[in-house]
Ligand binder design. Structure first.
Ligand code: ISJ
Length: 93
């Protein structure tokens, strides 16, 4: 397969642009995944502390703030992204 086949570009120049930009996206995705894993670990510390103190794992008012933060920054899809992050961090409810 040529670079143009793999990228869907119709010229070698466009294929070069796409190949370079895809490398940046792959690197960004690795960093995003690392940040999500870090978020999961910090969230777990909070949940464990609350449960050990006799509280509940989930705190809905805080989750509303998190959802609002993502919605304000990213619009409606931000809410869906935040819901997925919350599920990753505290499991399904
Ligand atoms: C981390 C917390 O605990 C839970 C997980 C949250 C999160 O991952 O953002 C938010 C609220 C809680 O349901 C918290 O209360 O801050």
């Amino acid at each position: 397969m040529t670079a143009t086949d793999v990228t869907g570009a119709r010229t070698p120049e466009a294929a070069d642009v796409i190949t370079g930009a895809r490398e940046r996206i792959d690197s960004l995705d690795d960093r995003i995944i690392g940040l999500i894993q870090e978020r999961m670990a910090v969230s777990a510390v909070i949940q464990e502390a609350r449960i050990a103190s006799g509280g509940r794992r989930v705190n809905l008012s805080r989750e509303m703030d998190v959802l609002g933060h993502y919605r304000d920054a990213l619009g409606k899809p931000g809410t869906a992204l935040a819901m997925t992050l919350l599920e990753l961090c505290r499991g399904r409810i």
